[in-house]
Ligand binder design. Structure first.
Ligand SMILES: [Zn+2]
Length: 133
């Protein structure tokens, strides 16, 4: 990966597997300008999971769509952005055990999201439930 500031070559100075989110965190150092920045490597779920909706159609799983729905549910919180980011990781982590051969049912995503929200913030869970369940 090239430097986000100058486009120069970078090297990895530190790396850690984040087990809960199934990501690899890396600290990179630019050999040209000396800047440092972090990267997170994770599976591209839109290439791994398919979602079957109520009308039986199959669409790729888009993590961003899940994030947006969780964000909307948390919008009343001042920490909505960070909350939705962490909640997205938690939901994806739990969906992994339901993704049989890469296939997820859309209602399973909704139920899992609702359950995760219900443990986190009642108002967010109620909002989500009204829209998705
Ligand atoms: Zn640089």
């Amino acid at each position: 990966m090239v430097c986000t500031y100058c486009g120069g070559k970078t090297e990895v100075r530190n790396s850690r597997h984040q087990k809960r989110a199934n990501q690899v965190w890396r600290r990179r150092h630019c050999l040209s300008c000396g800047a440092t920045f972090s990267t997170h490597e994770q599976a591209a779920y839109d290439s791994v999971w398919r979602v079957r909706s109520k009308d039986d159609s199959l669409v790729p799983f888009h993590e961003q769509m899940l994030f947006v729905e969780l964000y909307k549910a948390c919008e009343h919180r001042s920490s909505a952005l960070a909350d939705a980011t962490a909640l997205t990781d938690t939901v994806i982590n739990q969906l992994r055990k339901h993704a049989t051969h890469g296939l997820l049912e859309s209602h399973q995503i909704a139920i899992t999201s609702y359950e995760v929200l219900a443990r986190f913030d009642t108002a967010a869970a109620v909002y989500y439930q009204a829209r998705h369940l």
